[in-house]
Design a protein around this ligand. Structure first.
Ligand SMILES: *Cc1c(COP(=O)(O)O)cnc(C)c1O
Length: 417
C-alpha cells in the first residue's frame, strides 16, 4: 500500500463531510441490525459517556501523580466492580483497554505467580474449556503459556471431570466463563473452584460479558449461578465495562481476589537512564477518556439504571425465545441465562441457508460454528424495538428456505477480522 502523506491541511468541514459519508456502508447498529461489536444503553447514557470522555480526552492515566482525578476514577470504578463481584476489602484490580488486555493480565499474573511458587515448571499450561475466548490463546502466545482446550460437556458447559483429567504437573491455571460467548451459557464455576483449590491452581473467571449484566439479571429474580469471588478458588475475574457497562470503548476491568496478586501483575524496571518505571497494565500511555467515561456512566445509571436496562433486554430475550420456539424447524441451543441467544435447525432445515435468507432481509447475521447456528450475539437496547420485525423476517426466511428459494452459504464462520 502506497499513498502519499497528506501534504496540505484539509478544512474541517470537508473532513467531517467525508467522515460522515464514510459511514454509508457500515451496518445500521442503531437500528438493531447487529448483535455484536456495539452495546447501547440508551441515548442519555451515550451522551454522558461521550461528554465525560471528551472532558478527559487528553489526560493520561500513565501518570497518576499528575492526574489524581483519573487515579480516583479508576480506584472507584474498580471498587464498585469488586462490590458487584463480591470481592473483599483485600481485593484489587485495574482498568484495562478491553477484555483481551484483562485476560492478558490475568494470564500474566497467574504465570508469574507460578514462576514464584513452582519454579521447576518450564512451560506453564492453562486448562480451559473449548468455548473460552480466543484471547486466552492470544495471551498464551505472547506469554509462552500453553493453552490446553478441553471438549465441552452437557449443555455446552465446561466438562469439569475432563478438565481435571487434562491437568498435569505443568498446569498452573484453569478458566471458566460467565457466560461464555460461543453459546451464552455459564460454566460451572463452583465446581471449577473446588478443583482449583484441590489442585492449588489459579482459577480465572472470564466475566467479560457477564460482569455488568449478570448481577443485574440476578436482581430481577432470575436464576444466575454464582461466579464471583464468593466462589472459593476464584483468583481473578475479567469484566468488560465497554460491553454491558455501556461505557466508552477501550475499558474493561481485571480483578484479583487479594492484594498479594499485585506483585505478579505490575511490571517494574530499574535499568533505564530515565529512572524507575512501573506499570500495572499492558499499555503505557492510557487514555483518560474511557476511564472518566466509565466512572460517569456507572454513577449515572447506578444499580437501579442497570437493573431497568437488564429488565428491558431480558424481556426482549424472552420474546425472541418464544418466537423462535414457535417457528417449526428451529430450536434454541440453550435457554439463555442472560443476553446471548443462539438457535439452530432440525428436521433437515439448513440453518446456514436461514442465515443467508436473513442477511438478504437486511440483518447482519452472525453464525456460530459448533454446532452450526445463528448466534444473536449480545442483545442490548437497540434490539428491544425490533423483536417483532426480526421474528416476522425469520418466519419468512424459514419459509423461503423450505421453498428452495434460498440455499446455504459456504462462507466460513468468523468473528473479528
Ligand atoms: C468480548 C469478550 C472478550 C474479549 O474482550 P475484547 O474487549 O473484545 O478484547 C473476552 N471474553 C469474552 C467472553 C468476550 O465476550
Amino acid at each position: 500500500m502506497k499513498t502519499p502523506f497528506p501534504s496540505q491541511s484539509t478544512p474541517r468541514d470537508v473532513l467531517f463531510r467525508e467522515l460522515e459519508a464514510a459511514r454509508e456502508h457500515d451496518v445500521d447498529w442503531r437500528g438493531g441490525r447487529l448483535g455484536i461489536y456495539t452495546h447501547f444503553g440508551g441515548d442519555d447514557v451515550l451522551e454522558v459517556a461521550k461528554d465525560a470522555s471528551r472532558m478527559y480526552f487528553s489526560e493520561n492515566a500513565l501518570g497518576p501523580s499528575a492526574f489524581p482525578s483519573l487515579k480516583r476514577f479508576e480506584e472507584e470504578v474498580v471498587a464498585w466492580t469488586l462490590d458487584l463481584m463480591n470481592g473483599s476489602g483485600d481485593s484489587v484490580g485495574s482498568i484495562t483497554s478491553g477484555g483481551t488486555e484483562s485476560i492478558f493480565l490475568a494470564v500474566k499474573t497467574a504465570r508469574d505467580w507460578a514462576r514464584a511458587t513452582r519454579p521447576h515448571i518450564e512451560r506453564p499450561v492453562a486448562v480451559v474449556p473449548r468455548s473460552a475466548h480466543p484471547a486466552f490463546n492470544k495471551a498464551g502466545h505472547f506469554l509462552d503459556v500453553d493453552i490446553r482446550r478441553v471438549p465441552l460437556g452437557a449443555g455446552f458447559r465446561a466438562d469439569v471431570d475432563a478438565m481435571a483429567a487434562a491437568i498435569d504437573h505443568d498446569t498452573v491455571m484453569l478458566v471458566g466463563s460467565a457466560p461464555q460467548f460461543a453459546h451464552g451459557v455459564f460454566d460451572p464455576i463452583e465446581s471449577l473452584g473446588r478443583l482449583a483449590i484441590e489442585r492449588d491452581l489459579w482459577l480465572h473467571v472470564d466475566a467479560c460479558v457477564g460482569g455488568f449484566i449478570a448481577p443485574f439479571v440476578r436482581r430481577l429474580g432470575r436464576p444466575v449461578p454464582p461466579f464471583g469471588f464468593e466462589v472459593e478458588g476464584v483468583r481473578s475475574i475479567s469484566a468488560d465495562l465497554h460491553k454491558y457497562g455501556f461505557t466508552p470503548k477501550g475499558a474493561s476491568t481485571v480483578l484479583f481476589r487479594d492484594r498479594e496478586a499485585r506483585r505478579h501483575q505490575v511490571f517494574e524496571f530499574d535499568e533505564w537512564s530515565r529512572g524507575h518505571y512501573a506499570s500495572p497494565t499492558f499499555a503505557g500511555t492510557r487514555p483518560g477518556g474511557p476511564i472518566a467515561g466509565a466512572w460517569a456512566v456507572l454513577r449515572y445509571l447506578g444499580e437501579a439504571g442497570y437493573v431497568r436496562i437488564a429488565g428491558e433486554i431480558m424481556g426482549a430475550v424472552d420474546r425472541l425465545c418464544d418466537g423462535i420456539r414457535a417457528i417449526e424447524g428451529l430450536e434454541l441451543l440453550a435457554e439463555p441465562p442472560v443476553t446471548i441467544l443462539c438457535y439452530t435447525s432440525r428436521d433437515g432445515l439448513d440453518i446456514n441457508a436461514v442465515a443467508r435468507a436473513m442477511t438478504q432481509r437486511g440483518w447482519f447475521v452472525t453464525r456460530g460454528a459448533e454446532p452450526p447456528c445463528i448466534h444473536m450475539g449480545m442483545l442490548t437496547l437497540t434490539h428491544v424495538p425490533v423483536v417483532d420485525d426480526y421474528l416476522t423476517d425469520l418466519a419468512a426466511a424459514v419459509a423461503d428456505v423450505r421453498a428452495g428459494k434460498v440455499t446455504a452459504t459456504s462462507e466460513a464462520v468468523t468473528y473479528g477480522a
